[in-house]
Design a protein around this ligand. Sequence first.
Ligand SMILES: NC(=O)c1ccc[n+]([C@@H]2O[C@H](COP(=O)([O-])OP(=O)(O)OC[C@H]3O[C@@H](n4cnc5c(N)ncnc54)[C@H](O)[C@@H]3O)[C@@H](O)[C@H]2O)c1
Ligand SMILES: [Zn+2]
Ligand SMILES: [Zn+2]
Length: 393
Amino acid sequence: MKALTWHGRRDVRVETVPDPKIERPTDAVIRVTTTAICGSDLHLYEVLGPFLGQGDVLGHEPMGIVEEVGSQVTHIKAGDRVVIPFNISCGHCWMCERKLYAQCETTQNREQGMGASLFGFTKLYGQVPGGQSEYLRVPQAQFGPIPVPEGPSDERFVYLSDVLPTAWQAVAFADVPDGGSVAVFGLGPIGQMSARIARHLGYRAIAIDLVPERIEMARRHGIEVLDARDHDDIPAALRDLTDGRGPDSVIDAVGMEAHGSPGAEFAQKLTGLLPDAVAAPLMQKAGVDRLSVIYQCIESVRRSGTMSISGVYGGAADPMPMLQMFDKGIKVTMGQAHVKRWIDDIMPLVLDDADPLGVADLATHRMPLADAPHGYEIFQTKQDGAIKVLLTP
Ligand SMILES: NC(=O)c1ccc[n+]([C@@H]2O[C@H](COP(=O)([O-])OP(=O)(O)OC[C@H]3O[C@@H](n4cnc5c(N)ncnc54)[C@H](O)[C@@H]3O)[C@@H](O)[C@H]2O)c1
Ligand SMILES: [Zn+2]
Ligand SMILES: [Zn+2]
């Protein structure tokens, strides 16, 4: 089959790889009908190379049709239409019983000191072949796959794999008080949906980005926006909009590659030049994240407010302003989304033909899997108005 494979920094290729097959009774194999490129894939594309292997298949936002199931998979069968969550979770361990699916103890990567395995996501997370491919082997398929009805287009459902539950969790964990305000940093797919969900739940959402078409998309969904190019001091601008106090909550939907952190950008490039055996432990022990947005979040949130980080970070010695965080009494929450935990909340909204979250207005590009390298390039460099790229195998 054809699949999108990683070969080096900004070097991904569509190649022929072996067809996946059932290896365990808890596996399923699906034929992928739509699969997306995520901001997390961009970290793999640019910065996290030391944790990837030549030929690793990327992708963690697939949906499709079940081809075959193992003997212990009973909630789905061949021919069913399913969305695959990006976390691989068993559904029955101590963590899964508490709906902490991103920490599943059956698929945790203990030798790496990391949480549950993820599709298409580095040696840290199990090096499981990903879903930017024609077919996908789904481990723990007795639990993971989300059945969806026939009828509506793939675009209605594909964001259940990651974007919508991640955004939902970002808002839920931001713990916004009733009628309160939340600032959303970053208007990629995660920020767009976080802001829309916040508004849907009755909160005031103020979003920040610096890419015109992303700002425009948020505006047409009724989101208040600050254009970072027009403000030297975003936290001050946010205080001006919130009675001088700052928003009740903030969401970081940017992550480790924030624009405007020149020193750290240099450190990231440097680790990219080192041999993997040196770079990987260095990245795990050194400060390599570009923290400008985290700092703005800390400065923006009101005293005793909550900061919800969904952007991915990777370093270990990143300097944090502990005095300010302690004095302001900030609550901080972060981590990979527990995808299936939020599906019951979100499913009625994607099944609603009125499209309350506007899922029909997120993808800007649809292209064949064969063009995926081009998709990565335009999504990373924000060419051609790219906000979300969907691939058709
Ligand atoms: N926690 C999870 O489970 C989870 C799931 C999916 C994605 N993510 C992470 O969420 C983040 C966003 O993902 P995405 O798909 O929306 O990607 P994206 O790269 O499209 O979004 C990042 C956005 O941040 C903006 N940005 C960069 N610097 C900024 C600055 N200084 N101020 C304001 N905005 C700035 C960019 O213009 C871009 O719009 C990534 O770090 C991704 O890895 C986490
Ligand atoms: Zn994703
Ligand atoms: Zn589990």
